[in-house]
Design a binder for this molecule. Structure first.
Ligand code: HEM
Length: 404
């Protein structure tokens, strides 16, 4: 067990405790580290000593640098109480755990299906689904859990329709996805949940090979991918589609309701929606952390990262770096937030970002327009936060409004 050289600070452990009463801010220790040592040594729960990057420039550079690998089996797990021992390699079809050229092959096939144009074509369907859910909320209200009534079902329906997965099965796969997203889930639990998801998808894939329907999974059956690859890609996309935008919609609404000035600005000018969505992505950074492993020795910002060392990339700290975003802790819907790292950066940059953007740009303004008096139904400190989850947000958001 090594000792820090004189003058070198001891390795930190990954800070995860968010400041009390500030549900939108990253852990305070992360913020302090970014100021003092934006790339610093970090001790992992398994004893490995690697690195923690909190500065915008380091986090961005490492995401884009092919000398860093995304392969899970090369990474050390950063969160206490989760995986123990070596990480298993990425399941077949999981893009985030692959490097080029294996990654490139899948990515090319999928890029053609997730183009900006294609996602824009889905706008009218997002509008329809949003309207249906707002109608249902109105019938059910005037107090509802916004997560259950609005934030979860809209992206879930969209990804199911896009892939061609029956929405009726959602309770089962939503449970498996929740397990995969929990930091403290054991290796066995995660592996079992992934396998269960893959089985569901495998059945669907063989059905679609026999009888193609008008959806992405059927489309992909003609690309030379094996059934196992298709089931893997399908489960990965389903998981990615279920538990990401949903958290942006709910946590984004919570943030707006907690910043009445900003909320007012968006209500007054729906043309602000595109910009507002980028700022909410930056400000909330719900995909708070990613990780890479150095394939060779790399010198970066005056430090030497050695081959085999894992670097944790704090997206949430980077997106609040004052060197990149002036007054970073202020939610300001009028700022130019482009260049944020909420979708990552480089070859793994989020494949679903255009879909997520369409969903947010449609659903958030529609919610505010439909319910001009929307407000929290509980004190803000009672909103249960998604601590210890790979994607941050709220578990529930009780809201209410005045009936017309
Ligand atoms: C990758 C965030 C929505 C599919 C990523 C990464 C981030 C991210 C940070 C990069 C991970 C890394 O570099 O290690 C988000 C956020 C979302 C969102 C904040 C919502 C607001 C979605 C949706 C889908 C999706 C709706 C599916 C349709 C993917 C895929 C990858 C990915 C397939 C892997 C891409 C690759 O490795 O080449 N996402 N995501 N995401 N995301 Fe998203």
């Amino acid at each position: 067990t090594e000792r820090p050289a004189p003058g070198h600070p001891a390795p930190v452990t990954l800070p995860t405790a968010r400041p009390a009463g500030c549900p939108f801010d990253p852990p305070g220790e992360l913020t302090a580290l970014r100021t003092e040592r934006p790339l610093t040594r970090m001790r992992f729960p398994d004893g490995h000593v690697g690195w923690l990057a909190t500065g915008y420039s380091a986090v961005r550079a490492i995401h884009a640098d092919p000398r860093f690998s995304s392969r899970y089996e090369l990474l050390h797990y950063p969160f206490e109480g989760g995986y123990t021992g070596e990480l298993p390699p990425a399941p077949v079809g999981d893009l985030t755990g692959l490097d080029a050229p294996e990654h490139t092959r899948y990515r090319r096939l999928l890029m053609g299906k997730f183009t900006v144009r294609r996602m824009r074509l889905l706008t009218s369907r997002v509008e329809e689904i949003t309207t249906e859910h707002l109608d249902a909320m109105e019938r059910q209200g005037p107090t509802v859990d916004l997560v259950e009534a609005f934030a979860q079902p809209i992206p879930a329906l969209m990804i199911c329709e896009l892939l061609g997965v029956p929405y009726a099965g959602r309770e089962v796969f939503q449970r498996h996805v929740a397990t995969v997203m929990t930091q403290r889930a054991t290796t066995d639990e995660v592996v079992a949940a992934m396998a269960a998801l893959q089985n569901i998808l495998a059945e669907l894939v063989s059905a679609k090979r026999a009888q193609p329907t008008d959806d992405l999974l059927s489309d992909l059956t003609t690309t030379g991918l094996t059934d196992e690859e298709l089931a893997g890609i399908g489960s990965f996309l389903l998981a990615a589609g279920l538990d990401t935008t949903a958290n942006m919609l709910a946590h984004g609404t919570f943030a707006l309701l907690s910043h009445p000035h900003q909320l007012g600005a968006l209500r007054a000018d729906p043309g602000l929606a595109d910009q507002a969505v980028e700022e909410l992505l930056r400000y909330l950074s719900i995909a708070h952390t990613s990780a890479r492993s150095a394939l060779e020795d790399v010198e970066l910002e005056g430090q030497l990262i050695k081959a085999g060392e894992t670097v944790i990339l704090s997206i949430e700290a980077a997106n609040r770096d004052p060197e990149r975003f002036p007054d970073p802790d202020t939610l300001d819907l009028h700022r130019k937030a482009t260049g944020h790292l909420a979708f990552g950066h480089g070859i793994h940059q989020c494949l679903g970002q255009q879909l997520a953007r369409v969903e947010m740009r449609v659903a958030l303004p529609a919610l505010l327009t439909r319910f001009p008096t929307l407000r929290l139904a509980v004190p803000p400190e009672e909103v249960p936060l998604r601590h210890g989850m790979n994607i941050y947000g709220v578990h529930r958001l009780p809201v209410t409004w005045d009936e017309r």
